[in-house]
Design a protein around this ligand. Structure first.
Ligand code: RP5
Length: 167
């Protein structure tokens, strides 16, 4: 049983969403991925939400571009947390997807993250943090990842300092 489901509006979104799956894999969070469109396959979207809820999925992550209604359409059908990744690639440079995803009516929130790969990565982190509320081993993995990130900042600082020292 997967803990997280990632839905993307089109296969053309795959490249920008891939970091989400990579981070979830690194954090050992089980997940499944499907393509479904709020506009092109509205019934399939509803059916996938119903199926994944029944199978015990805890967090939905939805990525879409243009008039990006996928995350909102999912949020309309579940009380489980929905995380949205707006995808760029149009003449509006993703602002269309960002506003479509973020601007939800009261009672139907979508936790909307940054555009494209940055949002995809943080979608995985946020989903993991939600799951870690009831999973101390996952919480420990998250803490270890943060410690690694902190160590790498210090290491890069030392490298930069050595490179540009003039005293
Ligand atoms: C959205 O329309 C998809 O999420 C994608 O970002 C965009 C374009 O889809 P394709 O025409 O490439 O399938 O629904």
């Amino acid at each position: 049983m997967a803990q997280v489901v990632i839905l993307m509006g089109s296969q053309s979104d795959e490249e920008k969403v891939r970091p989400c799956m990579e981070v979830l894999r690194r954090l050992e969070v089980s997940h499944v991925v499907s393509v479904c469109s709020a506009h092109r396959t509205p019934e399939r979207t509803a059916e996938l939400v119903r199926q994944h809820e029944a199978q015990g999925v805890k967090v939905f992550i939805c990525a879409a571009g243009m008039a990006a209604h996928l995350a909102g359409a999912v949020a309309a059908r579940t009380l489980r947390p929905v995380i949205g990744i707006p995808v760029s690639g149009t003449a509006l440079n993703g602002m269309d997807a960002l506003f479509s995803t973020v601007q939800m009516p009261p009672g139907y929130p979508v936790a909307t993250l940054a555009l494209d790969k940055a949002g995809a990565r943080n979608a995985a982190w946020l989903a993991a943090q939600i799951l870690a509320l009831e999973d101390s081993a996952l919480e420990a993995r998250l803490r270890a990842e943060r410690a690694d990130m902190a160590a790498s900042v210090v290491k890069s600082s030392e490298e930069i300092s050595r490179k540009y020292v003039y005293a």
